[in-house]
Design a protein around this ligand. Structure first.
Ligand code: 5BU
Length: 252
């Protein structure tokens, strides 16, 4: 663990409250400049930027820090790398410190619980090594069709992780409001629930993705919704981001 401790769910909630939006932008673009452009357009309406850095074809560390990380920090936006770590603790630590040096810029990362709880220690050991603090979101549910994270897996995952200080919360299935409500009952009030699988237009789903409405997700107990295509594939990224932000703030 970092001597700086952990980024807590409360700290993240206060970042979100100061941004007055519960939208996490899934900037699923292939190039740094596209991500940077999406960030500048959607920035005023989002509280976190979610990345898949291993999908960025022109990744170059100093450029990433200049064009993505610095502007996000200047706007007070947290950076969330959706790496979905799933290996043993030691290898997850190595991956955090590898080519893309995720530990030096991500505030939050995702991990599966499948390999055991030591994955959380491994990830925090990496943040400790670079003198930063962060937090882990654990996948308790997924939005994709026919995934294997069934109700029993969800229960076991939540029961074993909700008391961990290095875990700020869980990923839930945004396409299904009753699943989010049931996840909130298991998680309790303290930890966060973030839900992907959100789009105003469910017919936009491809390759097994499923979608629900942002307002329903927040009403069912999500702290924030993760939106990719609904924003980044729209004609106006800034307008779409504002519309999603409004739909999440109706409930605040
Ligand atoms: P979309 O374009 O809004 O469908 O993108 C959804 C994003 O959320 C994408 O980056 C996925 O990696 C991420 N996601 C998801 O869709 N479903 C899940 O269960 C998890 C993550 Br976990």
């Amino acid at each position: 663990m970092s001597s700086l401790g952990f980024l807590s769910a409360d700290e993240i909630r206060s970042y979100m409250a100061s941004r007055k939006t519960r939208v996490v932008l899934a900037a699923d673009h292939k190039t740094t400049s596209e991500i940077s452009h999406a960030l500048s357009q959607a920035g005023p309406s989002i509280c976190m930027l979610k990345t898949h850095v291993d999908g960025v074809v022109d990744f170059e560390y100093s450029r990433w820090m200049d064009e993505i990380v610095r502007p996000a920090r200047e706007m007070g936006i947290l950076i969330f790398e959706d790496r979905k770590f799933a290996d043993i603790g030691h290898v997850s630590k190595t991956q955090m410190l590898g080519h893309q040096r995720i530990a030096t810029w991500a505030d939050i990362v995702t991990a599966h619980r499948i390999s055991g709880p030591d994955i959380i220690d491994g990830i925090h050991a990496a943040w400790g090594e670079v003198g930063r603090k962060g937090s882990v979101l654990i996948l308790a549910q997924m939005s994709s069709s026919e995934n294997l994270l069934d109700a029993r897996y969800t229960e076991k995952t939540v029961a074993s992780c909700k008391g961990m200080p290095g875990v700020c919360g869980f990923i839930g299935n945004g396409s299904n409001p009753p699943s989010i409500s049931s996840l909130r009952r298991s998680v309790g009030p303290e930890k966060l629930i973030l839900t992907p699988g959100i789009n105003f237009d469910p017919s936009q789903s491809v390759m097994g993705q499923r979608y629900g409405h942002p307002t329903e997700a927040i009403r069912s107990g999500a702290d924030a919704v993760i939106v990719g295509s609904g924003i980044i594939r729209s004609d106006s990224v800034s307008k779409a981001a504002a519309q999603y932000a409004n739909a999440t703030m109706d409930e605040m």
